[in-house]
Design a protein around this ligand. Structure first.
Ligand SMILES: [Cu+2]
Length: 675
């Protein structure tokens, strides 16, 4: 406590932070891509570029921002690199992109979702599309999350801006420092940023007679990115972007191993042609490449049954080319996209007896995935109050096992396995929106399918610590298919808004690991092995409600509630399904000051015993937040402070991997200076 106040004082005296006006570019992004997608959810990521930030913990992680969405849950294997679960489905069933670029994680144990390779300063928002609306860049079941890059864009008058920021969190002594710089003119713009985070182990809430330190939950992260745009002529633009992200010494209390290095280089070049013809507003083409390196490390762990090295690599090169236009009552978009990914992961086991030979195997057998697809959307506005959105697409998906050793290993399970497999993937969906009085109604249906991921198709002895089984992929699985429907109602008045939403997924040939008797596991301590197979069907239901009410001047009351339910054939209770959860907040806001208090909680979950889940008790925690910004001419100083888990409750939720507890009381402070 004392330490954190000293730290706060230190921050206030010594550090400056800043940011430039992002609104222009946000609006621009919005008009380019959102017009025909009024159903998307957009989460604004408050990097220190906006004058007044309404986010409590502006310098929190990208994961923290994503968690605000009712459509998302974040699976936590520690304090770092949470896995986004969209509509109750893990990342295999979603398309995750950064500005339309496909990127695939390099860890066989999901320690590095691609959302872990970016920082707030790299981004302006996250766009979430649900169900088949998310198939623009590839086949999906649950939907898509596109992380939108921050960029200042071209401006009439030359501007130079920037920010310096610092943050501190008391619970894990996390220190956050960074800077952003931007320059903009009529023909050129650039955005550069750097962020550093370093955290020690976090502490769980109070439990009498027990130490609350969560061992192996520390992390260190460095991130830097640059974007540069050039206007070649009035209608032709070129843009280059690069992100470099490196995390070292990352602990994963929910797993038996940690990470010594997680590194990503993500680069792209885009070409934009504005108004190439009467009905075409924008033609954008991008080529990209990214390279992910992931090194697991069990050397900090004092006791392990056997020492292991488990590095993984994922490299993806790809492109997209899309056209946006309008003609009469139609607004349309066509996207042609493709990528080639290579995924390779190895495991070397070092027996405790030095006379025994070490064991080597490929857990991802050097698999190439080649994909090419075309997606088309048309939004037809019959009247200003009635519109119909039709989307459809088709893709070709090919896997190839490039390693002979890997092929031979999988042939133990599938003797006739061929190295190549080609699939055709398709999607179609439709949404109708109707606006009447203060209500907006939307109803949609969709159908789509997806191919197995590298782990599901070709994974070889991948340990899942939750159920303690080694998982083996199944390359013979058919495409998984989903029929989904959604319904939402929004009510909007000046002082009161409410949105209720439900969706339902009926999945066929649902991919899941099932116990295979009589085959020993590779990991000494595992219960056995599970091989991927397909359930005839599975059901998933999601619902959410959001309310916002300005009940007196300066006072706002907000609330969110959501619930999911998942069940498969053969009495399979689907894992990682969120129980009823809620958040209620009251905010007092005047001029550039606000104070907020909130309560969030959840009922107990319907746990899946088959997947090693235990039932977690209901909980509720309270939070406080304060924010004030000061302006000096063109400069701003933004101060934020707050307390999370005010009463230091000990709790763990359905999405805490291996039942690790959540963070206890945490006092944070953010200082942002922008010019
Ligand atoms: Cu890993």
């Amino acid at each position: 406590m004392k330490q954190s106040f000293i730290m706060l004082l230190f921050l206030c005296c010594g550090f400056y932070v800043s940011a430039q006006q992002e609104e222009d570019s946000l609006k621009k992004t919005a008009s380019d891509t959102l017009k025909i997608h009024e159903l998307d959810e957009v989460i604004i990521i408050a990097n220190p570029t906006v004058k007044y930030m309404k986010e409590n913990k502006a310098l929190g992680s990208v994961d923290g921002y994503l968690e605000q969405s009712n459509a998302l849950n974040m699976v936590k294997r520690g304090a770092y690199a949470w896995e986004p679960i969209l509509n109750g489905m893990s990342t295999e069933r979603s398309v995750l992109t950064i500005d339309g670029m496909r990127i695939f994680h390099a860890c066989t144990d999901k320690m590095d979702p691609i959302t872990s390779y970016v920082e707030n300063t790299n981004l302006s928002s996250a766009k979430i599309e649900e169900g088949q609306s998310g198939s623009e860049y590839g086949a999906t079941i649950a939907g898509s999350i596109d992380l939108i890059r921050r960029k200042t864009g071209f401006k009439e008058n030359k501007t130079l801006g920037g920010s310096v920021f610092a943050g501190f969190e008391s619970n894990n002594k996390q220190q956050i420092y960074g800077t952003t710089l931007n320059y903009s003119s009529k023909r050129f713009y650039t955005d550069i940023d750097f962020t550093y985070r370093d955290a020690e182990n976090y502490k769980a809430g109070h439990q009498s007679g027990k130490s609350n330190e969560v061992n192996f939950s520390q992390f260190t992260k460095y991130n830097t990115s640059a974007t540069m745009g050039v206007k070649l002529t009035e209608r032709h633009e070129l843009e280059g972007s690069i992100i470099y992200d490196k995390a070292t010494d990352v602990g994963y209390p929910g797993l038996p191993m940690d990470v010594s290095l997680a590194e990503a280089i993500i680069g792209s070049v885009a070409y934009r042609y504005r108004n190439p013809s009467e009905h075409i507003r924008l033609w954008e083409t991008k080529i990209y490449y990214n390279n992910i390196t992931h090194k697991m490390d069990d050397s900090p762990r004092p006791v392990v049954p056997i020492r292991m090295d488990m590095p993984g690599w994922s490299k993806t090169g790809g492109f997209y080319s899309k056209i946006l236009g309008e003609k009469g009552i139609h607004s349309f978009k066509t996207t042609l996209s493709g990528y080639l990914n290579n995924s390779l992961a190895e495991m070397t086991m070092y027996p405790n007896d030095p006379n025994e030979k070490e064991m080597f195997m490929l857990t991802w057998p050097d698999v190439n995935t080649l994909y090419g697809g075309l997606n088309i959307e048309d939004n037809i506005s019959f009247t200003p109050h009635l519109s119909l959105l039709i989307e459809g697409g088709i893709g070709v998906h090919q896997n190839e096992i490039r390693s002979q050793l890997g092929l031979n290993s999988l042939q133990l399970f599938y003797p006739d396995l061929k190295p190549q497999k080609t699939r055709i993937l398709k999607n179609i969906s439709s949404h109708i929106s109707y606006h009447h009085n203060k209500f907006l109604y939307s109803f949609g249906i969709g159908y789509g399918d997806r191919a197995p991921t590298v782990s599901e198709g070709y994974g070889f002895y991948l340990l899942n610590v939750n159920d303690n089984y080694d998982y083996v992929g199944n390359p013979y699985m058919k495409n998984e298919q989903a029929l989904n429907t959604d319904l939402s109602v929004t009510y909007e008045r000046e002082k009161f808004t409410a949105k209720a939403k439900v969706n339902y997924f009926y999945m066929l040939d649902y991919m899941v690991g099932k116990i295979r008797e009589g085959v020993p596991s590779m990991n000494i301590t595992a219960n056995g092995i599970k091989v991927y197979e397909q359930l005839n069907n599975a059901h998933l239901f999601n619902s959410s409600l959001s309310l916002n009410y300005n009940f007196i001047e300066h006072w706002n009351l907000g609330g969110d509630a959501s619930y999911r339910y998942g069940q498969g054939a053969k009495n399979t209770v689907l894992p990682l399904i969120q129980p009823f959860s809620y958040k209620i907040r009251v905010r007092y806001e005047q001029n550039s000051f606000y104070a907020e208090t909130s309560v969030e909680g959840s009922t107990k979950n319907r746990n899946s015993i088959e997947f090693g889940e235990t039932q977690k008790s209901a909980y509720a925690i309270a939070n406080l937040a304060l924010s004030k910004s000061f302006s000096f001419g063109k400069q701003d100083l933004i101060l934020k402070a707050g307390v999370e888990n005010l009463f230091n409750r000990y709790y763990s939720t359905f999405d805490d991997w291996f039942g690790i507890p959540r963070m206890g009381r945490n006092i944070y402070a953010n200082v942002i200076y922008r010019f």
